[in-house]
Write a protein that binds this ligand. Structure first.
Ligand code: FAD
Length: 388
């Protein structure tokens, strides 16, 4: 592929910044446009999956760009699930019997910032923040942007345009609205949404509960989870129906009801969360959805990658990992003898889509597993102990 071509990347999130870094390392001219301010300078993470489970697919991608040694210090190993029953009993269910097999908790901001630093350190990569892509003319290889600073619109051509602009992708919308080719698209929401809460560090800066686990309070029709952060806090996420059941997001509208809900179902968690009400009423409630679409590319002009191509619900902890794997797989194809982008994009989608469809379906199944069976596991274990 011709290295003198400019590759335009829309979205400097996890996938876009990794892609910029890798294409930059390969010698392409890369220009990235990101809607939001630079997260290394402005705090923009509140309320949106502050930390993530980072697993082998992600590690492989970091090794590809040679920065896993810089990522490791950002990680907290989680060796298993810490299950909490309604009475506050806990059971650690290891992911594997082996000491060196675990998943990691990592800060989204720290990881994204590291990828941005590495990408920006390359002379051939430029990143523009506060530039929102409004649409893409995929037939003429030109993206339209709104620059917040100047309150002005402009457009920019590139030989190749890659949309890594997440679940609400502007490039994907342009495919859909353009009606220039047969574009299949589905977006399915769960009846549940999520809200982020927190367990703050102990006064001595330590962790208030067991550090090296993914904590789960499964309650059949809803659940709470918590992942550790390096500063001693935990990011807690409540998954709950918008409208079904005695307690739901639509009717948890007063401090009394929120407190009653937590003291009934998550008593041991509530004891660790004196800041619950502040978080609950300050942080947004957000929907959870699955996006599938095809084709991901238009000729050799444009391509969707990451959540823009395949957003999934978070219950397998694989959305980011799969987006990173997109970049690893894309990178492998750059070593093959493709002479045009269209054949490469086609081969990429053919090889990749069945896997991303599979993880999307598994992630929905795991939602039911986590909130239901996880709860039962404690009771099974207790029964076994009583019978022993
Ligand atoms: P994003 O991270 O969404 O990045 C898209 C970027 O594009 C953003 O920076 C955005 O500002 C920018 N952008 C958007 N629109 C435009 C535009 N019009 N113009 C310019 N820029 C634009 N995954 C895991 O692997 N493990 C987990 O534990 C995990 N937990 C999760 C928990 C929750 C609650 C949620 C919601 C998701 C979770 N995920 C997890 C999924 C993970 O967050 C996503 O899969 C991942 O962020 C996808 O990366 P991306 O770069 O494709 O998209």
């Amino acid at each position: 592929m011709n290295k003198n071509q400019t590759i335009q990347i829309i979205g400097a999130g996890l996938c876009g910044s990794l892609l910029a870094l890798r294409l930059g390392q390969r010698g392409f001219k890369v220009e990235v446009f990101e809607k939001r301010p630079d997260l290394r300078k402005v705090d923009i993470s509140a309320g949106r999956s502050i930390n993530l489970a980072f697993s082998n697919r992600g590690i492989k991608a970091m090794n590809m760009v040679g920065i896993q040694h810089k990522v490791e210090p950002l990680c907290i190993p989680m060796h298993g699930r810490m299950l909490h029953d309604i009475e506050g009993n806990t059971l650690l269910s290891p992911y594997s019997g082996k000491e060196n097999e675990y998943i990691n908790s990592i800060s989204r901001t720290d990881l994204n910032a590291l990828l941005l630093n590495e990408a920006e350190a390359l002379n051939n990569v430029t990143i523009h923040f506060n530039h929102k892509c409004t649409s893409v003319d995929f037939e003429n290889n030109r993206s339209h942007f709104y620059k917040y600073e100047d309150k002005a619109e402009f457009s920019k051509p590139a030989e190749v345009i890659i949309g890594t602009d997440g679940a609400g992708s502007a490039l994907r919308k342009s495919y859909y609205l353009g009606k220039k080719f047969l574009f299949s698209f589905s977006q399915d929401y769960l009846t549940h949404g999520y809200k982020e809460l927190s367990i703050l560090p102990a006064e001595n800066g330590g962790f208030k509960t067991f550090k090296n686990a993914l904590h789960i309070w499964g309650r059949d029709s809803f659940m709470l989870i918590a992942l550790p952060n390096l500063d001693g806090s935990f990011t807690v996420t409540l998954f709950l129906s918008y409208e079904d059941g005695e307690y739901n997001f639509n009717n948890l509208t007063t401090p009394e009801r929120v407190t009653a809900f937590f003291s009934t179902y998550f008593k041991d968690a509530l004891e660790l969360m004196p800041n619950l009400l502040d978080d609950f009423f300050k942080n947004p409630t957000s929907p959870l959805g699955t996006v599938k679409c095809s084709p991901w590319h238009y000729k050799g002009n444009t391509l969707l990658l990451g959540d823009a191509a395949h957003a999934i619900v978070p219950f397998y902890g694989q959305g980011m990992n799969a987006s990173f794997e997109d970049v690893t797989e894309f990178d492998k194809l750059l070593d093959e003898n493709f002479t045009d982008w269209e054949s490469l994009f086609k081969a990429f989608e053919t090889g990749r889509k069945k896997d991303t469809d599979a993880i999307a379906d598994l992630a929905i199944d795991n939602f039911h597993e986590m909130k239901g069976h996880v709860n039962n596991a404690i009771f099974r274990e207790k029964r076994n102990l009583e019978m022993a």
